[in-house]
Design a protein around this ligand. Structure first.
Ligand code: NAD
Length: 296
């Protein structure tokens, strides 16, 4: 029997913590604020952004959506990211993908103020994460680790295979697993034998975006399988990368799609925004104290 590792309870607990911290900050005059920048006609992306904004507001976090539409240029988006980076009332920034064809995503990622980079998008955040320095991890990658911890899955000394090597999910997940003393293999589109890569692992994390790529043949008996994939279908379904029917009975545990990694990711984005607000206000207070002392 495969155990289902749901994310809803954990997400609710993280949101509750964020809401308590947001209320405490608001009490002292700091209203946490998130800005989400998007530029797409894709309705499922717009729906996802609206759901983040709704969750933020319910948590006591203000949320501005800066929607450029699908014709936006790199220059326009860049200018707004820089402006938000300097705005003392904005504490967290999300640059939502996909962006219009031809936009320079690398340049835009680097324009996000690292102190407000609550989804670990700026390469500076990823570099700091890998170097064990304080930084916001990409929320999805952190959600994978949070779910494993929440469900009591020990990582030390375990073998883990991550399928997918994007800078937003696969690569940071692999590094976070290594930091937790797992022995990690990374597979990707050029991996010659995916079954060999996954079949030996105690833990398999799949972040590809191909529905039902992973079946029973990829999984060893009792393995823990974390399905990050989300592919929206025309009839409104959300499909994971794992064929849940196929791995049922072979996998020891599996995260559902929807209801697994997704809600934890959203909750962590809110939690990061409140953390960022708290850090930025402490830095400002310290700076004003130094200013007071030096003017004496
Ligand atoms: P991406 O397209 O940037 O990366 C996909 C990765 O999969 C690449 O590294 C590629 O090498 C690898 N890949 C492609 N085909 C493969 C194959 N046949 N075998 C093995 N590897 C293969 O995607 P991404 O941004 O990392 O997202 C991956 C999935 O996770 C998507 O479905 C996305 O929607 C989902 N996602 C979910 C959340 C969440 O909160 N649940 C957040 C972010 C992304």
């Amino acid at each position: 029997m495969t155990r289902i590792l749901g994310g809803s309870d954990l997400a609710a607990a993280i949101r509750n913590d964020a809401s308590v911290a947001a209320a405490a900050l608001t009490e002292i005059g700091i209203r946490p604020k998130l800005a989400v920048v998007l530029a797409t006609a894709d309705e499922s992306t717009a729906w996802y952004v609206r759901s983040i904004a709704g969750a933020a507001r319910r948590t006591g976090i203000e949320c501005d959506i800066v929607d450029f539409g699908p014709e936006a240029t790199t220059e326009e988006i860049h200018a707004v990211l820089v402006e938000l980076g300097h705005d003392p009332d904005v504490h967290g920034i999300i640059l939502q993908t996909p962006l219009p064809d031809g936009t320079d995503l690398d340049l835009l990622r680097e324009a996000i103020n690292p102190g407000k980079d609550i989804d670990g998008t700026n390469p500076v955040s990823l570099g700091r994460l890998i170097a064990h320095l304080p930084a916001f991890a990409p929320a999805t990658a952190q959600a994978v680790l949070a779910l494993l911890d929440h469900h009591g899955i020990d990582l030390r000394g375990k073998t883990a295979t991550v399928v997918g090597r994007s800078t937003v999910v696969g690569t940071p997940v692999a590094h976070l697993l290594v930091q937790r003393d797992a022995t990690v293999t990374v597979c990707h589109r050029h991996t010659a034998d995916l079954v060999a890569g996954t079949r030996s692992a105690d833990i398999v994390v799949v972040a590809v975006g191909i529905p039902r790529l992973i079946t029973a043949e990829h999984i060893s008996d009792g393995a823990v399988v974390i399905d990050v994939g989300t592919t929206a279908t025309d009839d409104g379904l959300l499909l994971g990368d794992v064929d849940a029917d196929s791995v049922d009975g072979r996998a020891g545990a599996l995260t559902p799609v929807p209801g697994g990694v997704g809600p934890v990711t959203t909750a962590l984005l809110l939690n990061h925004t409140v953390d960022a607000a708290s850090t930025q206000s402490a830095v400002r207070r310290a700076a004003s104290l130094v200013g007071l002392q030096s003017s004496r």
